[in-house]
Each structure stands twice: as structure tokens, then as C-alpha cells.
Design a protein around this ligand. Structure first.
Ligand SMILES: Nc1nc2c(ncn2[C@@H]2O[C@H](COP(=O)(O)OP(=O)(O)OP(=O)(O)O)[C@@H](O)[C@H]2O)c(=O)[nH]1
Length: 555
């Protein structure tokens, strides 16, 4: 498994955590800023919409009041709708206010009696809403396309149809009876210019649009949006993200304010001021991206700082790990890191250094003890081997003469008997007994007798082969086993050779010594080794009986 260094771990953790923290702060601040920006923009739109609505309301009220006051003028109250002063009065009004497209008076039957520029004079306006509402009271109407005046007035420069809003007021005589209606048509463009002027003043936020909306939420202005339904006017459609005075929907931040109506004739307009949400929240978004960029830059700086900090912290630990590895590999002169400003690291270095030195000391002592133990064990092993060899020799050899003892002879005789039974190759047994040995002992003492026995053993060994087996059978009697006899007479030849060698030898203090030898040959009919011993012993007995210093052999 891949294992990253302490340095990498620390760097990644520091950088990762700082990035995470800064991103969290960035997102949080961005979120707060977006909310506040939305609030601020919404409030600004609301304020603009309010001032536009108030301005338009004031203008409409003024026009309504103007028509209303004119309808109550004394010359109209007299009831003579054909009075030329009425026309003069109307002309003065229309000349001073360019917004008026038409002004005139109609009698109670709906026939236009007088009008500025003579337009529609004598025509019936009985079916027109302004006339019918004007009979009942002061009236300000919704915009509408020119019906009767369309052909009489020049069209707009843009080619759009002529649109008017109507003002009307009843004309009452001195008795208070309604004798006619004073009507005026104002250009719709006058209204839209007021709204545009109020909304799109210098310093307004970018891409802000002004809309005039009727009481059903349908757009009246601008022309290209006319008839569209505005979704979330206050009181029409609520969205979850709606704050008092402004709302969010269709990608716009919108504020709509009702225009204070000049009359209760059903005219309820809203001035809606809206701005694309992207534009409204642009500064917050810029702030958010700046915070993100700042977060990344800070994370990189934190990462670098963390790297150098990690380097400072991890270097002694890495050196310590290297030193520990060198100690493990039994390298000489291991260098431990020097002092460190962090107390715990300095303590750790000191402790490990002390521990390592103590361990190395113990290891050295152990090695020395091992070496000394190995030498002692080697010495003891040599001594033990020697003792074992001595013990083995003692167990199998005769202490006085050095040849094999009786116990070993019995084993060897049994082995030879078994081998003979298996291979059929015969072997011979020689019993060699010293002649008159008692006399030697008696004459020269036991010590000289022992020397004689030692010399005899050497003589017998010297006159037999290495493969022959020489043992002290007991007292002054020796036994020799001759394995794998080549010729039947060979044992007798060997026995004679031994006898002659002894007889011709000189023994210190004693002079000449002779031996009698009985030779027995192994036979397949022998049930055990005792038969052969018996035969050799008989031959020895015969040799003694025949005068000693001779060899007797089975025929
Ligand atoms: N010095 C010495 N004498 C021994 C040892 N073992 C046996 N003898 C002596 O050998 C003598 C054997 O005597 P005998 O059995 O009478 O035989 P001998 O005197 O040789 O007479 P023959 O065998 O009939 O010729 C005894 O006196 C034993 O004490 C020994 O290890 N050392």
C-alpha cells in the first residue's frame, strides 16, 4: 500500500482545510451578499415605481381636476352648450396642454355640440364609455384606440395606432340637472412619457424597464409587450420569493405599485419597474467570484506555508526514521538529528537516541556473552568428546595392555559368527596363554608381570594384520580373531608367527617368555560361538599338555 510522507499529509490537510474554510466563507458571504443585493435592488425598484406612480397619479388627478373644474365653470352652468365662450375656454386649455388630443362638450343625448378644432361636432358619442360614465360623474378611463378620431387626427410618427385616455365630467345647470358631458382625450404617449421620465432618470440601475399594467395584470405599456400577463403583481400572483413591494419571477426582479386613481371609475393601474435578475445580482455575483478566487489564492498560500511548516516539523522525524533504519541495518556511526525548536520533537529525538544507545550497548554485551559462551561450549564439547572417547575406550579396551577387552571381544565374536553364517567365509580364533606366568609374578613381582603382559600385547598386535582383532581374554590369556581365512592353514601360520616372535623377544628383567596357542576354526555346524571357544580352548589345553611353547590346531 502506498504510504505518503508526513510532509505530504500535513500539506494536504492544511491546504484542504483552508480551501474548505475559505470556500465555505465565500459561499456563505456570497449567499448573504446575493440576498442583500436582491433586497437593495428590490427596494430601489420599489422606490422608483412609487415615485413614478405618484407622479403619474398627480398628473392624472390634475387633468381630471382640470376637466372637472371646467365642467363646473359658470358659462357651462348656464346650460347653453353652444356658447362660443365654452369653445374658447376649451381651446385655451388644449393650447396650454399639448397632451390633449381632443376636448369637447356633448349634450345629454350624446351629440357633440362644440369641440376644439370642430372635431366630431354634431356627431353622436352616446355609446362611448366616457360619455356614459361622464353622465354619472367624474371619469378617467383606461387607454383605448381612437375610434371616431382615428380618421380625423394625424397618426403617430412610429405608425402605432392612436391611443387615448379619456377624462369626462358631467355638466349640470343651475338646478343641478345634467345637461351634458365635458370630455377630453389625452394622448396615451403623454402617460408613457411621464412614466418613462420618472423611471429612466439619470442614475437609474442598468436595464431597468418601466411597464404600465392594468388591474388584471395585463401590460398596457410598452407597446411590444401589450396584452402580456405580468405574473406576480402584488395582489395578483404570489411567488415564494416575494418580498413586500417587490418579487422575483421569470428572470426579473419586479416591483409594482398601484397608481393613485383620480376617480373611482374602475381605473386601477400599476406602474411596474423591473430589472433582469442577472443584472440586479451582478455585483453580488462578481463579489462571489472574487471571494472564490481569493479562496483559491489563500489556499495556495496556506498550502505553501503549510508545506514549509510541515518541512520544519517533519525533517527531524524523517532524519530519525533514517537513523532508526541505519541502526536496524547495523550501520556504524549513525547520526541522529541535532537540536529542534519544538520541545516534544527534541524530547523524542533524545529519547530514541538514548534508547538506541542503550539497546546497542545491550546488544554488544549480548554478543560478547555469546562469543564467550560459544568458546566455553567449544571447550566443553572438546572435553566431552575426549571424555566420551576415553569412556568408549575404557568400555571396549583393556586398561593395562591397550588391546580390546573381554566384553568387546564377546561382541566381535558374535558379529563374526553372524557374518560367517551369512557369507560362509570362515574365521579363526586363537587363544594365546603365557607359559608359567605365575612363576614370573612370583619371581619378579606383579609389576614386572604387568610389563610382560604389555609387551606381549604389542608383540601380538605387531604380528597380526590391522583387520585382525586382538583382545585380552582374561589374566595372562589373549584372544585373536582372524576374519575371512584365505587358506585353511593360515590361522596356524599366524599363530606360529606370533609364538616365534614372542619366543625370540627379550623381556626386561625376565629374559625369555613363551606362549602356548590353541587355534579353532569356525564351522557352519556351530550353533553358537561357544563351540568355537571350546574348540580353541581344547587346542590350547593340548598345547599346554604337549609341553607348552607350541601351537595346536583343529585338524
Ligand atoms: N602380573 C600379573 N599377573 C597376572 C595377571 N592376571 C593373572 N596373573 C597371574 O597369572 C598367573 C597365572 O597362573 P596360572 O594359571 O597357574 O598359569 P601359569 O603359571 O602360566 O602356568 P601354565 O599356564 O600352566 O603354564 C597367576 O599367578 C595370576 O596371578 C595380571 O594382570 N598381571
Amino acid at each position: 500500500m502506498f504510504k505518503a510522507s508526513l510532509r505530504s499529509h500535513l500539506t494536504l490537510w492544511f491546504a484542504g482545510l483552508s480551501l474548505l474554510t475559505l470556500l465555505s466563507v465565500g459561499f456563505y458571504v456570497g449567499h448573504i451578499a446575493t440576498g442583500q443585493m436582491k433586497q437593495a435592488s428590490g427596494n430601489a425598484l420599489l422606490s422608483t415605481a412609487k415615485s413614478a406612480a405618484e407622479l403619474l397619479g398627480a398628473q392624472l388627478r390634475e387633468r381630471q381636476l382640470e376637466v372637472s373644474l371646467l365642467s363646473r365653470a359658470p358659462l357651462l352652468k348656464r346650460g347653453n352648450l353652444d356658447d362660443p365662450d365654452i369653445l374658447t375656454s376649451m381651446e385655451l386649455r388644449t393650447q396650454s396642454r399639448a397632451e390633449y388630443a381632443w376636448m369637447g362638450v356633448a349634450d345629454a343625448d350624446g351629440r357633440v355640440r362644440q369641440a376644439v378644432n370642430g372635431l366630431l361636432v354634431n356627431q353622436s358619442v352616446k355609446e362611448r364609455p366616457w360619455f356614459q360614465a361622464g353622465l354619472r360623474g367624474d371619469y378617467t378611463g383606461d387607454p383605448h384606440e381612437a375610434v371616431l378620431l382615428a380618421k380625423l387626427l394625424p397618426g403617430s410618427a412610429s405608425g402605432e395606432p392612436l391611443r387615448f385616455i379619456d377624462f369626462a365630467a358631467p355638466i349640470r345647470n343651475a338646478q343641478g340637472q345634467v345637461v351634458g358631458v365635458l370630455g377630453a382625450h389625452a394622448h396615451w404617449s403623454w402617460v408613457t412619457k411621464i412614466v418613462d421620465a420618472a423611471v429612466l432618470q439619470k442614475g437609474t440601475a442598468p436595464e431597468v424597464e418601466a411597464l404600465i399594467v392594468d388591474h388584471d395584470g395585463k401590460v398596457l405599456y410598452p407597446e411590444q409587450l401589450a396584452g402580456e400577463q405580468l405574473p406576480n403583481l402584488p395582489g395578483t400572483l404570489k411567488t415564494p420569493d416575494t418580498a413586500p413591494g417587490w418579487s422575483v419571477g421569470n428572470g426579473y426582479l419586479t416591483s409594482a405599485v398601484a397608481v393613485p386613481t383620480p376617480s373611482s371609475a374602475g381605473l386601477t393601474w400599476y406602474i411596474a419597474v423591473r430589472q433582469p435578475l442577472d443584472i440586479a445580482l451582478h455585483p453580488a455575483r462578481v463579489l462571489f467570484y472574487k471571494l472564490l478566487a481569493l479562496g483559491f489564492i489563500a489556499a495556495i498560500i496556506f498550502g505553501l506555508v503549510a508545506y514549509y511548516l510541515a518541512l520544519h516539523l517533519s525533517r527531524p522525524i524523517e532524519q530519525l526514521a533514517r537513523a532508526a533504519k541505519q541502526v536496524q541495518d547495523h550501520q556504524p556511526d549513525v547520526a541522529f538529528p541535532l537540536q529542534h525548536s519544538v520541545r516534544e520533537i527534541a524530547q523524542l529525538v533524545q529519547s530514541i537516541q538514548g534508547m538506541t544507545q542503550s539497546l546497542l550497548g545491550k546488544e554488544r554485551e549480548l554478543q560478547e556473552a555469546n562469543t564467550s559462551l560459544e568458546a566455553t561450549v567449544a571447550q566443553r564439547t572438546v572435553a566431552l568428546t575426549q571424555a566420551n572417547a576415553n569412556l568408549l575406550k575404557l568400555a571396549t579396551h583393556d586398561a593395562l595392555t591397550g588391546v580390546f577387552n573381554r566384553r568387546r571381544f564377546d561382541e566381535k565374536l558374535a558379529e563374526c559368527s553372524l557374518l560367517f553364517q551369512r557369507t560362509g567365509r570362515t574365521f579363526a580364533l586363537l587363544f594365546i596363554d603365557v607359559d608359567y606366568f605365575k612363576r614370573i609374578n612370583d619371581t619378579h613381582g606383579h609389576a614386572i608381570g604387568d610389563e610382560v603382559l604389555e609387551q606381549l600385547a604389542k608383540l601380538i598386535q605387531r604380528n597380526t594384520r590391522a583387520t585382525d582383532f586382538v583382545a585380552r581374554y582374561g589374566g595372562e590369556e589373549f584372544a585373536v580373531l582372524l576374519p575371512e581365512i584365505e587358506e585353511p592353514e593360515s590361522p596356524e601360520v599366524v599363530a606360529e608367527k606370533i609364538r616365534v616372535a614372542i619366543a625370540e623377544a627379550h623381556f626386561a628383567s625376565v629374559g625369555q617368555v613363551t606362549v602356548s596357542i590353541g587355534v579353532g576354526l569356525a564351522e557352519l555346524s556351530d550353533s553358537n560361538a561357544s563351540a568355537l571357544i571350546r574348540r580353541a580352548d581344547q587346542q590350547l589345553y593340548q598345547a599346554k599338555g604337549a609341553g607348552r611353547n607350541r601351537v595346536c590346531c583343529t585338524a
